[in-house]
Design a protein. Structure first.
Length: 319
């Protein structure tokens, strides 16, 4: 594995190697080329090709054409005006504030405590809040707690495979749904969840325009992202159907990373949240405090009642 050259070089590296026992297909794909659903489509195509089946038509260019038309549309202009009005001229805390410039570049990926699928389903039934928004709730309160701010913002990653063209496109199709909330010290958990749900619904309805894409200073101070990867996206059962096994290979090449990303991986055994830091921006002490804060918030919100205050004394966040 080797670093990608972003201009003038392929952003997909691949090779096939055969030994006496096995055939190995190695590939590495830059994230700018595709998302998790796109990788799932690639797995499907490998199985179809192995079985001699006809491959489906990729629809990525049709998707790009529809996106170009969208950016010239009345809807795009209206969505931009709406979001500019909602978020403009306000002091948003969009991520952890960097506290060092002395560490080497790279990323630090740290897992938090696994949540059982049964516990997550019980939470959704009790609070009528999706698991995507639960982790968005954790991220917003986590940033508020760490930076002692009450006007906080994060990007929820919406996978946006909503029609036949998008479902069959190998590419990076997700959209940034920017959720900004002003937290009130007198808010209850139920009020906080409702405010979050209402804001996410409004932003989904106006998602032609992506606010943070136009605002971020990438790799220096960008909006925290919350990305939930479902078990379907992460599944490799299709490869298993032809006797294949996926082997994860670690690259030791230095990479740029977003300031802070909250990635949640759903597996058959449970849900594993990860915090991914740009280690060049944060001290080891701040990384540890952030992990502790997010872990405590997960436990707090999973077990909260709707009428509990989010500002109670034993909570990590306070105004």
């Amino acid at each position: 594995m080797r670093p990608f050259i972003m201009i003038g070089e392929p952003l997909i590296h691949a090779g096939i190697y055969q030994t006496e026992e096995s055939v190995y297909l190695f590939w590495e794909i830059h994230h700018i080329m595709t998302d998790g659903t796109g990788m799932h489509l690639l797995n499907d195509d490998i199985v179809k090709a192995w079985n001699g089946e006809e491959l489906p038509l990729d629809t990525y260019y049709a998707y790009l054409n529809s996106e170009e038309e969208l950016r010239e549309s009345k809807r795009y202009r209206e969505d931009k005006a709406f979001i500019d009005e909602a978020y403009g001229n306000k002091e948003w805390c969009i991520n952890l504030v960097p506290d060092t410039q002395n560490r080497p570049s790279g990323r630090t990926l740290l897992p938090l405590k696994m949540i059982s699928l049964d516990d997550m389903a019980a939470f959704e039934k009790k609070h009528h809040l999706s698991r995507n928004l639960f982790f968005s709730a954790v991220a917003l309160l986590g940033i508020a707690s760490m930076e002692k701010k009450n006007q906080v913002m994060a990007d929820w990653i919406f996978h946006d495979r909503t029609d036949e063209i998008k479902k069959n496109a190998f590419g990076c199709l997700f959209r940034y749904i920017t959720i900004g909330l002003e937290l009130d010290e007198n808010m209850t958990v139920g009020e906080y969840f409702k405010a979050l749900s209402d804001r996410s619904n409004v932003m989904l309805a106006h998602c032609a325009y992506e606010w943070s894409v136009k605002q971020d200073n990438v790799f220096e101070h960008d909006t925290c992202i919350v990305c939930y990867e479902t078990s379907e996206i992460m599944s490799t059962t299709d490869i298993g159907s032809i006797g294949g096994t996926r082997l994860n290979v670690t690259s030791n090449a230095p990479v740029n990373s977003r300031s802070l990303a909250f990635q949640i991986i759903e597996t058959p055994d449970g849900i594993v949240p990860y915090l991914m830091f740009n280690q060049a921006l944060y001290s080891e002490e701040k990384i540890k405090r952030t992990v502790d804060t997010f872990s405590e918030l997960i436990e707090l919100l999973m077990n909260a009642e709707d009428d509990d205050p989010i500002n109670k004394k034993d909570a990590v966040w306070h105004a």
